[in-house]
Design a binder for this molecule. Sequence first.
Ligand SMILES: [Zn+2]
Length: 334
Amino acid sequence: MSPAFDPRRPALVERTPISVDGVSGDRLLFIFCAVGCGYARRPGGGCSNCGFHPLSTQGAPLSDADLIAQFDSALGAPGALDGVVEVDLFNSGSFLADAEISPAVRAHALAALGRSGVKRVLIESRPEFVTADKVAAACALVGAQRLEVGIGLESADDRVREQLVNKGFGRAEFEAAVAVLARTGARLLAYLLLKPLGLDERAAIEDAVASARYVFDLARRLGAPARVALQPVFVAPGTALEREYRAGRYRSPSLWSAIEAVQRISPLGELLVGMSDEGLQPHLAPQGCERCTPRLRAALIEFNRTGDATALAALDCECRATSGRATGNQSNGV
Ligand SMILES: [Zn+2]
């Protein structure tokens, strides 16, 4: 069932331009080829949009030595981090779950990044694994101000998160995890989806903006530095979303929706927009029309590099008016 994989090769290593605290450089995305998300493998678990299982061993365990070899192959060589200001250290699951990444592998990787000049180290976890002891241990290795923990809230709306996305946790768990980050001095990156299954373009934009407002308000109240990562949904193979897409009941958001959401969220706090498909070869990715798609993508990538949304206001195209964003538009089909 599992595809062939080399236990000593990471699932993905990719560089993209970014700016951290005003310093431009590369974001290095490193994804362990590891056992993958325990929630996705649980009966009834798994998120409707998540197509990350091909980047994992799909449950086949690997030794700590193999995982450490993966890390060292890409990040252990002298000069491997030259020009890198941020490392995103992912495992297509929860980096803080012992069953997915052992404490020894976690410590090896975080200690190496702690010794580097990288300004930010991003890991990801479901909220139930964001405990004070694990976050404090990670902070001790990389420094609290450099550690950022990404949590896939997806939406502040319980119906969207639990019923449409099948996320399997509520706002109480998310808020408890943010409180842990605040107490340990680590940073929060909250992932939000733009247009999960079941929302049209307009509802998706409003849900993303309201969710971002909730995240920034909560983080301010608890005292955790926070960013929002807005992920315009793409249709990855092997997902519930793919079935709906093939049945003509789902399409990815328009890039115009992404641009409107960025324009409205960026004044609220620091924002990143997800522009990578992380090698998943989606059937359908967010787009405008043939003429403007490259321009819109480039503008969003530039926004990620500079954090400045003003240039987005100058973008236009004939397709903008028909991109399905008008209030009450139900054009959710293909
Ligand atoms: Zn266009």
